[in-house]
Design a protein around this ligand. Structure first.
Ligand SMILES: *Cc1c(COP(=O)(O)O)cnc(C)c1O
Length: 386
């Protein structure tokens, strides 16, 4: 029996790879020719699926990938990705040989780290690093001219460690007011001034800055959220010069439909009471799939109409109130479009009082991802059966 590439529950995510490619191509058009795109595919490509997204991004013209930590980079290498991969977060000096053997590019920001890692790196290996500069985010990065000078010197002194890049990260590039980003840019330029040699890659922009802050382009930009078709923030949504296309949609099917009498209760706690005789449908998705209990009351789409989730969301299932009888097996869209109706990721984010970034990330590994390209199904990724 062949289980791999299959799934046995009627709940799935669809990823439109054409949309990912189109979004990156639209961003590329906004950039001067010499500015390269680094596609940020951390967190399983923001929940979209790392390998398929990475391949789509490379097809669309990205020249490098970026992830948060080494395990994510190793996962991509194991799946056959040979393109450069930058690890954006902190790595341990003890792990430098693994990184070097897999040709991963690490982020560095402490002189002591270089000293320690240099003592561990096997003599036959080499590694590329990018220096992270802290210009106002206060997360990771070297923050002073003096520290940066020492860090550059310690890298330059080691023939096996190549300084391939230097970068910083904006805290507020998605806000209408770009003054704090301007201050960060000024600090970055000032710190670049202390280097004896400028490295191959200089980059500072996330999606928001790549799209709306050309002064910060340097020679590469790191594109995450916009590649997935999502606006970096609601406040700049209206002024984006390109139309982004959402790649992620979430689907399920009614597995049970029944009429309940006025006064009957639904789900745990019996908190929902039918105000009249009502049609109730059951969907096989729950909080263990990332469809969290706070989404009680949220609409889903059935036959192109909005219907609300009623009663508490269970671990694996939830119930919706249908306007009339609908057959078992009917498709239901929790994120995405049916006929003229759309439930966007932004709508779910607003219901949960959070940002759109969090929504595809929170749809768990239990939900298989189906990848579509040119209207055809390209692959199914179901980590449970892989
Ligand atoms: C996640 C991340 C990005 C991507 O940001 P988006 O807003 O999703 O484009 C870029 N740079 C760093 C350092 C990040 O951690």
């Amino acid at each position: 029996m062949e289980y791999q590439g299959s799934f046995y529950r009627d709940t799935w995510v669809e990823i439109d790879l054409n949309h990912i490619e189109d979004n990156l191509k639209s961003i590329k058009k906004l950039l001067p020719n010499e500015v390269e795109m680094i596609a940020v595919v951390k967190a399983n490509a923001y929940g979209h699926g790392d390998i398929q997204t990475a391949e789509a991004a490379l097809r669309a013209g990205a020249s490098m990938l970026a992830v948060a930590f080494m395990d994510e980079a190793i996962a991509l290498r194991r799946k056959g990705i040979t393109a450069p991969i930058l690890v954006l977060g902190a790595s341990r000096p003890e792990d430098i040989n693994v990184a070097a053997e897999l040709n991963l590019t690490l982020t560095v920001f402490q002189e002591e780290w270089i000293v320690k890692a240099a003592g561990i790196l096997k003599p036959e290996l080499e590694i590329s690093v990018h220096i992270k500069v802290d210009t106002g985010m206060n997360r990771i990065g070297v923050g002073t001219r003096d520290e940066l000078r020492k860090l550059e010197a310690s890298i330059t002194n080691n023939r096996q460690i190549r300084m391939e890049g230097i970068y910083t990260h904006f805290a507020t590039a998605d806000e209408l007011d770009l003054s704090y980003s301007g201050e960060q840019l000024e600090r970055f330029n000032d710190l670049l001034g202390v280097l004896d040699n400028l490295p191959r890659y200089i980059h500072s922009s996330n999606s928001a800055a790549a799209i709306r802050f050309p002064e910060a382009h340097f020679n590469a930009v790191r594109v995450g959220i916009a590649m997935y078709g999502l606006t970096p923030s609601l406040e700049i949504a209206a002024q984006l010069p390109i139309a982004l296309k959402e790649a992620f949609s979430l689907h399920s099917r009614l597995v049970h439909v029944k009429k309940i009498n006025k006064g009957e209760k639904v789900s745990y706690g019996a908190t929902y009471e039918a105000a009249e005789d009502e049609w109730i449908g059951t969907l096989p998705i729950g909080y263990a799939d990332g469809w969290i209990r706070k989404l009680q009351g949220q609409d889903v789409l059935v036959e192109g109409r909005r219907v609300p989730i009623v009663g508490r969301i269970c671990m694996d299932q939830c119930m919706v109130k249908l306007p009339s009888y609908v057959p078992v097996g009917t498709n239901c869209t929790l994120i995405g479009s049916q006929k003229a109706e759309t439930i966007s990721i932004n709508e779910i984010a607003s219901k949960l009082e959070t940002i759109n970034y969090e929504i595809p990330c929170m749809i768990s590994n239990r939900v298989p991802r189906i990848f579509k390209q040119n209207g055809k199904m390209l692959a199914i990724n179901n980590p449970l059966l892989t």
